[in-house]
Design a protein around this ligand. Structure first.
Ligand SMILES: *[C@@H]1O[C@H](CO)[C@@H](O)[C@H](O)[C@H]1NC(C)=O
Length: 183
């Protein structure tokens, strides 16, 4: 099941399985915008990256204009990881940095807007979260969603790795991809 999903996502993202883990968003991901803020003396970098190839299913042409064009992804408990693949590569984040990153993101007053086929990379120290919107509509993602998905991933992988990939059900309105890893 996990392997099938990994292969599915590799093809969705236009990647080979070996390039999926290091890049998450395609080797030719472009940085669209960058910002940063400070949390308890530590810098949190937020980067929006384009994810070319994540729209290969061509669903853009099927967008239903009566549907909301911004979908809230603030209830991560209702939209959990449907499958988790642990990332055993040697570069691992520390749980301490991931916990600090989670707390910093939970403190954001506004959700982060993530257009279709783009992702947000949030980094503090050794820990990076990447959330990729695979949908055809914009997502509004609360900081707490990053923390919830990170906790699910690291808890599932605990004892083997801290880094991991978390997959959504890949259905319209709930079509995203999240990773915990080293920057
Ligand atoms: C995420 O951001 C970090 C820090 O800015 C950077 O080193 C890393 O390359 C970025 N990763 C991706 C996939 O954009």
């Amino acid at each position: 099941m996990k392997l099938i999903l990994l292969v599915t996502f590799a093809s969705v993202l236009g990647l080979t399985a070996s390039s999926l883990l290091p890049t998450a968003c395609g080797s030719n991901a472009n940085i669209l915008s960058e910002s940063s803020f400070t949390h308890k003396g530590a810098e949190v970098k937020l980067t929006t990256i384009s994810c070319p190839g994540s729209d290969v299913r061509g669903r853009s042409s099927l967008v239903n204009p009566t549907k909301p064009q911004v979908v809230s992804q603030c209830d991560a408990v209702a939209n959990p990881c449907i499958s988790i693949v642990c990332d055993f590569r040697p570069e691992q984040p520390t749980l301490l940095d991931c916990n600090d990153l989670t707390i910093a993101l939970e403190g954001l007053s506004d959700p982060i807007l993530i257009p279709p086929s783009t992702g947000v990379n949030a980094t503090l120290g050794t820990c990076t979260y990447i959330y990729v919107n695979l949908d055809t509509v914009e997502y509004s993602v609360c900081g707490s969603t990053f923390g919830t998905l990170s906790t699910e991933t690291t808890t599932d992988c605990f004892g083997t790795s801290i880094a991991g990939l978390c997959f959504s059900p890949q259905i319209p309105g709930n079509d995203w991809f999240f990773t915990v890893g080293a920057p």
